[in-house]
Design a protein around this ligand. Structure first.
Ligand code: NAD
Length: 340
């Protein structure tokens, strides 16, 4: 597949960005692009819920609203696109960006299954250059970045084990067991591939007794175990109706020590006979700095015509692991993972 190739945006002109899908994440990215990102300007938003798109557009100066996301992608006034639509439409929209020669920052998951993610990787290859970054924002969180730097510098020795905890306060009842793997655990999949610098070769997803808050038949919490290509292992608890708040922790254990991220509790308060910090309600608060850094890094790289964040390949690899994870959830058995 080849398409028109837009050159890098250099010089003083800001990158003109359109956001596709303006629900919770898309609206958050739109505000970020309009107000906080340097060298970028929000020019358009698209959502089939056109009232939502128009309401959001009218809260900024000079931002156009589209009902058809593909029209936004094709528009000459849009240099690059943030895709924050539901996962089942990502493939079509990412492929349209590649065909138009436009950079895309696509929220996770890249697509819904391994075959379609591979089609994205292949389309990019046919276009002859990287255009896609996947929204694995933990790679931009200051604490995760510091942990990764320590590991890469060898400060903790060879990495042997990673333990992850990923808890949401709650999710809608329609958030099914497989979505916990594909939409939540996918972050831990990427974190482990990134921290170890290796592929995951086997995944097992265990089904502990569910919380009484879980919708009928939904496995929540889940505990996933990854085997890495070099022999290391990782565990991930994902618990989407934990009731407490949004908590993400990661402990990396090497031969000479360990490091943990996600213990921060903000200001320590003593009041009403209690002391403690606070736990955010959702990811937009916990990872606000990470999303800012992710989008800024994407804008800067896009203006140079490069992709420096998680690539389509990273999105594909995570999708393959999650697909095997969903099979493990169904069968209760470990599943081997193999990439194309
Ligand atoms: N990186 C993260 O931490 C993170 C967190 C939450 C969600 N996400 C991802 O962001 C994406 C959006 O999630 P959300 O929570 O904002 O969902 P949401 O349901 O709040 O919003 C989705 C929006 O997309 C719109 N939409 C539906 N079909 C569309 C189409 N064909 N084209 C364009 N827009 C369409 C809907 O009308 C809605 O406004 C998903 O891929 C999700 O997995 C990422």
């Amino acid at each position: 597949m080849t398409g028109p190739v837009a050159g890098p945006v250099t010089g003083p002109a800001p990158l003109r960005v359109g956001v596709v899908g303006v629900g919770m994440m898309g609206a958050d990215h739109a505000v970020r692009l309009a107000g906080r990102a340097a060298n970028a300007t929000l020019v358009a938003v698209a959502d089939p819920d056109v009232d939502r798109a128009e309401r959001l557009a009218s809260s900024f100066e000079g931002v156009r609203a589209f009902a058809d996301p593909l029209e936004l992608v094709a528009d000459d006034g849009v240099d690059a696109v943030v895709i924050a639509s539901p996962g089942f439409v990502h493939e079509e929209q990412v492929l349209a960006c590649i065909a138009a020669g436009k950079h895309a920052l696509c929220e996770k998951p890249l697509t819904m299954d391994a075959e379609s993610s591979l089609r994205v990787v292949e389309a990019e290859r046919a276009a002859g250059r990287h255009l896609v970054q996947v929204g694995f924002m933990r790679r931009f969180d200051p604490e995760y970045v510091a942990m990764k730097a320590m590991l890469d510098a060898g400060d903790l020795g060879r990495l042997l084990l990673v333990h992850n905890v990923h808890r949401n306060k709650t999710v809608p009842d329609g958030f099914l067991s497989e979505m916990i793997v594909r939409d939540s655990l996918v972050h831990e999949v990427d974190v482990c591939r990134w921290l170890f610098g290796e592929e995951i070769v086997e995944i097992t997803v265990h089904s502990p007794a569910p919380t009484s808050e879980a919708a009928d038949g939904v496995v929540d919490p889940q505990v996933a175990v990854f085997r890495m290509a070099g022999g290391g292992m990782a565990t991930s608890e994902v618990f989407v109706k934990c009731g407490v708040g949004y908590e993400v922790r990661c402990e990396a254990t090497g031969e000479h020590g360990n490091a943990t991220v996600g213990l921060g509790s903000g200001v320590l308060v003593r009041s009403a006979n209690r002391w403690g910090g606070s736990i955010p309600d959702d990811f937009r608060v916990r990872f606000a700095q990470a999303y800012d850094a992710e989008v800024q890094s994407w804008v800067d790289a896009t203006r140079r015509g490069e992709v420096t964040g998680p690539t389509a390949w990273d999105g594909y690899a995570a999708t393959v692991v999650c697909e095997a994870g969903m099979e493990s959830l169904r069968t209760g058995s470990p599943m081997k993972v193999s990439l194309a």
